[in-house]
Write a protein that binds this ligand. Structure first.
Ligand code: NOJ
Length: 507
């Protein structure tokens, strides 16, 4: 059963969703207590960010044990109870796996540090001697995604300056060597471990990573990601999943080229490809249309299902990205209707349904390693990771009885779930209605779209074989609506026209 083909998957940033024990950090029990809300919202599945044992340098994306729950988030019994309860609420549960790297506190990496160059323990990672007579220059010039060099030098067990190891992210996230069969065997064990516990699928972190060129010395070309061999890994993952009917894998694929992207969602690889093409488009009709066209053409070439997303824990929230303030909110609401009108799967990031802006945070409380590693030339991703406001006021807004791990802004008081549930004009009410229509209205059919002519700065499309039309006005002037009966608008119409920063669904 291919439930994911038109699913709305809700990404739970576990740390920031709901805290059950007052330590200021969200946890699995907290999610369990909010399943009624997620059912009411109308999503089909959850995607949980990493909750396995981790020193939390990259908030769980540095995994020390991929088959154990970190105590800050709960334990395996709570996880099992969460899956069972979610299924009772009609919600599927998917989890995020991180196969490109481990934590530096993973037992494999500790063993590697205690072992000699050339040992089997080191062969699970990418250890290389440095360049120069004393080996003090990294093996090649690769940079880390978080800033700075992608190599860190270790001390040998005898105390002398030793080899370097590769980390495309933080130094605490050493890259695994995917030519080593032990690495695959361990991932297979992890896949089966969670599949046997009843998870409905996985999101693969850095799905375009994993494989590296054979030669990592100074002469190596700049091919840090999207190496051709990675497709064999995805085929192996898919072969395991195919033994578990109804389970799904989506890859996070940061590959800008549409044709290269499409290779990941060929029939024997990932079911879905998550990329941020739409999220990266500015609020301009031409850019939005180009992102949609490129994405649709890429998946059509391999007969795959498109996946749409406007936000994640890695990018500023739509409200902020589109300019902030009332215009930012209006644009984010309009773009939500565009994404939800398209054929395929949609990923919503928690808080998107509340129209949250990024929080402005003082430097002293920021925690994302990107900030320090980049110089700091980048602020880091904390602003979109601030906990969700559920009800009431500071400091915890119902998220926690303690102090939230990142301070929650005063502006969140007007944006709590409790406030928005009572207000029929709220962003939460809009998204609930949109999800309900998407699920129940017969016009949401067809696997492609047809573009309509639209005034400058606007776009309009119709779902194939259906009467559903979505129109977006990203210009500065009101425009007439396309013909049809209005089903839903992201904001009020003005004298029957579609005002700026607004979208409408018509049938
Ligand atoms: C992508 C994840 O979304 C991001 O949060 C993380 O920092 C990197 N991968 C490294 O795992």
């Amino acid at each position: 059963m291919q439930w994911w083909r038109d699913a709305v998957v809700y990404q739970v940033y576990v740390r920031s969703f709901s805290d059950s024990d007052g330590d200021g950090v969200g946890d699995l029990e907290g999610i369990r207590s909010r399943l009624g809300y997620l059912e009411l919202l109308g999503v089909d599945a959850l995607s949980l960010t990493p909750f396995c044992t981790s020193p939390m340098v990259d908030h769980g994306y540095d995994v020390a044990d991929p088959r154990a729950v970190d105590p800050v988030f709960g334990d395996l019994d709570t996880f099992d109870a969460l899956v069972a309860d979610a299924h009772r609420h009609g919600l599927r549960v998917t989890i995020i796996l991180v196969p490109n790297h481990t934590s530096n506190e993973h037992e494999w990496f500790r063993a590697a540090l205690e072992s000699a160059p050339g040992s089997p323990e080191r062969a699970r990672y990418h250890f290389q001697p440095g360049r120069g007579t004393d080996g003090s220059t990294p093996p090649n010039d690769w940079t880390s995604e978080f800033g700075g060099p992608a190599w860190t030098r270790v001390q040998d067990p005898d105390g002398g300056a030793g080899e370097w190891y590769l980390h495309l992210f933080a130094p605490e996230q050493p890259d695994l060597n995917w030519t080593n069969p032990e690495v695959w065997a361990d991932l297979e064990k992890t896949l089966r471990f969670w599949l046997d516990r009843g998870v409905d699928g996985f999101r693969i972190d850095v799905a375009h990573g994993m494989c590296k060129p054979a030669d990592l010395t100074g002469s190596a070309p700049e091919v840090r990601f999207d190496h051709d061999d990675v497709h064999d890994v995805h085929r192996m993952i898919r072969a395991v999943l195919d033994h578990y009917p109804g389970r799904m894998i989506v890859g996070e694929i940061s590959v800008g080229d549409d044709a290269r992207f499409a290779r990941y969602v060929r029939p024997d690889e990932l079911h879905l490809g998550f990329h941020l093409r739409l999220a990266r488009a500015p609020f301009e009709a031409d850019a939005v249309r180009a992102a949609i066209e490129g994405s649709l053409a890429a998946v059509a070439a391999v007969e795959a299902t498109p996946t749409w997303t406007l936000s994640s824990h890695d990018v500023p929230r739509p409200v902020t990205r589109y300019g902030g303030g009332p215009a930012g909110v209006a644009r984010a609401r309009a773009m939500a209707l565009v994404g939800l009108a398209l054929p395929g799967a949609v990923h919503l990031y928690n808080g998107e349904e509340l129209g949250l802006p990024d929080a402005e945070l003082p430097d002293a409380v920021r925690q994302d390693p990107v900030r320090d590693r980049s110089g700091p030339t980048r602020p880091g991703r904390d602003g979109c990771r601030v906990p969700l406001p559920w009800e009431g006021g500071p400091p915890g807004y119902g998220f926690t009885d303690g102090d939230p791990w990142l301070p929650m802004p005063d502006a969140y008081g007007r944006l709590t779930v409790a406030e928005q549930l009572e207000d029929t004009t709220s962003t939460l009410s809009l998204i609930r209605r949109a999800l309900e229509l998407r699920k129940t209205h017969p016009a949401f059919t067809g696997r492609g779209i047809e573009w309509y002519g639209a005034p400058d700065g606007c776009l309009a499309f119709r779902r194939d074989g259906s009467t559903l039309v979505c129109a977006l006005n990203a210009s500065a002037e009101p425009v007439p609506l396309p013909p049809g009966d209005v089903l839903l608008t992201s904001g009020p119409l003005v004298d029957g026209d579609l005002p700026p920063d607004t979208a409408a669904w018509l049938v």
